[in-house]
Design a protein around this ligand. Structure first.
Ligand code: TXA
Ligand code: MG
Length: 326
């Protein structure tokens, strides 16, 4: 199929994106986190097409993106007060709530689970698309399974051109890493995927403890270790290790660094990363994607500092360099 390129600056293109979704087509859309591959959530056969286009296993659940906070009540049931409080405080925004699914929500979306992931995205163009027909769309990140999530329309097309009906180009994504996912149905509220919104921010609203991802075991299909991977092998190193390796005169290497490096060398492609967590996150996939295009044999990444603000970055780096044992 021919993938149509739509421009989010054009009202006509926003309307076309909304029409295509209504017709059951697959449209990659910009969000404030990463690009999503959207299909009408009330159309199970359209949603099934997402799994084919991505090459994603059918039991990996999808997040449903809502046009309004009130739509929370249409897609979930037995909603605890905490969910409404979080929606009020953080929507539209990069926070996904896991709740018991409404009876009508198709198991195709939830991978057969009884829970559903919901968020109201903050990208103005996507909100316009959703609000035109009061649509809810199921949308995973718009990448081939296990690859880097795209933060631009160009990156979407690099992976999915010809496999989807359209991409709505809304420019570069603001956050650059996927939403924080919070589980709200158990005894304790817990983060299952670190993202732009931290546990401290959630706690400040809820006035109760919110567990960090590493404080509990996560057993969700789709939350796998090898994920968000560049094609080029990635190695994360602390500053001392990185500097020692660079002194060995390597060639054909890309380096994402934070601190100043020893003298520059030909065929070592260096990128200075932002030193604040939000800035770093917004550049991470973009720079890994750029490094992939250089044809280098490895990407070396200087490990960022620890601390709550950096959890999402560390999580994505760990998964990006994870080597599966077969
Ligand atoms: O920022 C984001 O969240 C982006 C943009 C497009 O909104 N979306 C995204 O979707 O990252 P995806 O499919 O790449 O990751 C969603 C993850 C799943 O892999 C799974 O771990 C979790 O969300 N998830 C979704 N629904 C769930 C459910 N019902 N129960 C448990 N986990 C769920
Ligand atoms: Mg994904």
């Amino acid at each position: 199929m021919n993938t149509l390129r739509l421009n989010a600056q054009q009202g006509q293109d926003i309307a076309t994106a909304a029409d295509l979704l209504q017709q059951g087509k697959l449209v990659a859309v910009p969000t404030e986190t990463v690009y999503g591959l959207a299909a009408d959530a009330s159309n199970p056969s359209a949603v099934a097409g997402i799994f084919t286009a991505k090459g994603r296993p059918a039991n990996h659940p999808l997040i449903v993106h809502l046009h309004a906070k009130t739509a929370l009540g249409e897609w979930a049931k037995d909603i605890p007060a905490a969910a409404w409080q979080l929606a009020e405080a953080f929507w539209p925004g990069p926070l996904t709530l896991l709740l018991p699914k409404a009876d009508h929500a198709s198991p195709v979306i939830t991978g057969g689970l009884n829970s559903i992931g919901l968020r109201m995205p903050a990208h103005p163009a996507l909100l316009q698309v959703l609000q035109l027909n009061q649509l809810a769309v199921a949308a995973p990140s718009a990448n081939r399974y296990k690859k880097l999530s795209p933060t631009s329309a160009e990156q979407v097309l690099a992976g999915l051109n010809g496999r989807i009906d359209a991409v709505l180009d809304g420019g570069e994504c603001e956050h650059g890493v996927e939403s924080t996912i919070v589980h709200l149905t158990g005894e304790q509220i817990r983060i299952v995927r670190a993202g732009p919104i931290t546990a401290s921010q959630l706690q400040a609203v809820l006035k109760t403890t919110v567990l960090q991802p590493q404080q509990h075991q996560v057993q969700v299909p789709g939350n796998v270790d090898a994920h968000y991977q560049p094609n080029t092998p990635l190695r994360c190193l602390d500053s001392a290790q990185l500097h020692a390796l660079l002194l060995e005169q390597p060639s054909n290497i890309a380096v994402l660094h934070l601190n100043a490096l020893p003298t520059a060398q030909a065929s070592v492609f260096t990128t200075q990363m932002p030193t604040d967590a939000a800035g770093y996150a917004s550049q991470l996939y973009r720079q890994l994607y750029q490094a992939d295009k250089l044809g280098v044999t490895a990407i070396w990444c200087e490990l960022p500092p620890q601390g709550e603000a950096w959890l999402a970055v560390h999580d994505r780096l760990r998964r990006a360099q994870f080597i599966e044992r077969t």
